[in-house]
Ligand binder design. Structure first.
Ligand SMILES: Nc1ncnc2c1ncn2[C@@H]1O[C@H](COP(=O)(O)OP(=O)(O)OP(=O)(O)O)[C@@H](O)[C@H]1O
Ligand SMILES: [Mg+2]
Length: 372
């Protein structure tokens, strides 16, 4: 079951999500399919950005990796998440309670969307960072304190010697977020799941935190999954982008390919709805307007590919009626080299599966300015 390289001789991903499906019992009627057939992989020193609107399944995907989905009401319906742990490849979905606890906060760390709910109000900040360190690293109290102080300094918490004794309620939202990041990074994870790591932070701090994550990624060979709504953050901080909609991956590409040539109507809408600095439009175009424009749906067939992007608001055209295969009527097609789009499975394309989305690509690190 190990993660084999995509091309022979190439490196291996740290984690590969393969056909993940997660649903929830909502107490009435059919289960809510929160995630449906998600595929992605993340390589060492790579940041994979996961973008998409609220409720599309970004957090559920990340939390599945650590088995943090409450079950019930949640359920893993299909798939595997193969992680290259220190002990070799493991499927994170099938690890027992003790094994997954060893992975959590140690080999895989997560920065949560809501920092207040993940800090314990009755313990000091220092106790909580140190506990995380002591749990997984073979160090004494004194050394753990030093690591904690350094981590606090790294994430820009002023006067760490004083603040290490403070309680969470004495910190602002932005500071609590930084504490969470300090905790996550102090444990030297191989994979960092950063769920909206910067929404509670002001712009300067946000840039600093993302820079810090990038630095650590380079120096430690860490892999990063960066969940965000902010396409500016994506453009500046990621190597590969995975766009999700309604629990599915709808587009997967290198960051510049995605911005230069978005192919799925949803991605086009997402990019077109960013306000432009010098545009003279009176109002922003909504995503719905863009995807309702039928011309958008003709673009892929025009390219001679004979496929139409999957879109839940439109039925597929009669001439390209879906032909459900074993995996349903939806799949990811590599429509250009290293560029995947979610499409309807049709008679024309149903017989061949293109390779699963998987890119080891990384933007080369910025060269150091010479001789300063
Ligand atoms: N514990 C739960 N019980 C029931 N449904 C849930 C639970 N957690 C998530 N869901 C459902 O799963 C779907 C995906 O949720 P998820 O939190 O992954 O969205 P998201 O992409 O992270 O959104 P946001 O950008 O708002 O954080 C939603 O429809 C949500 O209602
Ligand atoms: Mg979320």
């Amino acid at each position: 079951m190990p993660n084999t390289p995509n091309t022979p001789g190439a490196e291996w991903p740290i984690v590969r999500v393969n056909d993940l499906a997660v649903s929830f019992d909502n107490g009435r009627g059919p289960r809510v399919q929160a995630v449906d057939g998600v595929r992605m992989s993340i390589y060492p020193r790579q940041t994979l950005a996961v973008v998409g609107e609220s409720g599309c399944g970004k957090s559920v995907t990340a939390m599945s990796m650590l088995q943090l989905i409450p079950r019930p009401p949640g359920r893993f319906d299909r798939g595997e998440i193969v992680f290259e742990s220190e002990r070799g490849p493991v499927d994170l979905l099938t690890l027992g309670p003790r094994e997954i606890r060893e992975v959590r906060g140690n080999e895989i760390a997560m920065i949560f969307q809501e920092p207040m709910t993940s800090l314990n109000p009755v313990y000091t900040i220092g106790d909580q960072i140190m506990e995380a360190i002591l749990l997984h690293q073979k160090v004494g109290q004194g050394q753990a304190r030093e690591i904690a102080l350094k981590a606090m300094r790294d994430v820009g918490i002023p006067e760490p010697e004083k603040r290490i004794a403070a309680y969470p309620h004495q910190f602002s939202g932005g500071m609590r977020q930084r504490v969470m990041i300090a905790m996550a990074l102090a444990c030297q994870p191989r994979l960092l799941l950063a769920d909206e790591p910067s929404t509670a932070l002001d712009v300067t701090i946000q840039a600093q935190i993302l820079e810090l994550i990038t630095e650590l990624k380079e120096s430690r060979g860490m892999a990063v999954m960066l969940i965000t709504h902010d396409l500016g953050v994506v453009a500046e901080n990621s190597d590969v982008v995975c766009v999700m909609y309604a629990g599915r991956v709808v587009e997967y590409a290198k960051v510049y390919d995605l911005y230069d040539n978005p192919m799925h109507p949803y991605t086009r809408g997402l990019l077109a709805s960013i306000p432009k600095m010098h545009a003279r439009n009176d109002r922003l175009v909504t995503i719905r307007e863009i995807v309702d424009d039928d011309a958008q749906f003709r673009k892929l067939p025009e390219a001679g590919l004979g496929v139409r992007p999957w879109w839940p608001w439109h039925d597929p055209p009669a001439d390209l009626a879906p032909r459900p295969g074993p995996a349903g009527d939806y799949y990811l097609q590599e429509v250009a080299p290293d560029h995947w789009v979610g499409v309807w499975r049709t008679g024309a394309v149903g017989d061949h599966e293109s390779r699963a989305p998987d890119l080891a690509y990384r933007i080369p690190p910025k060269a150091e300015p010479a001789g300063v």
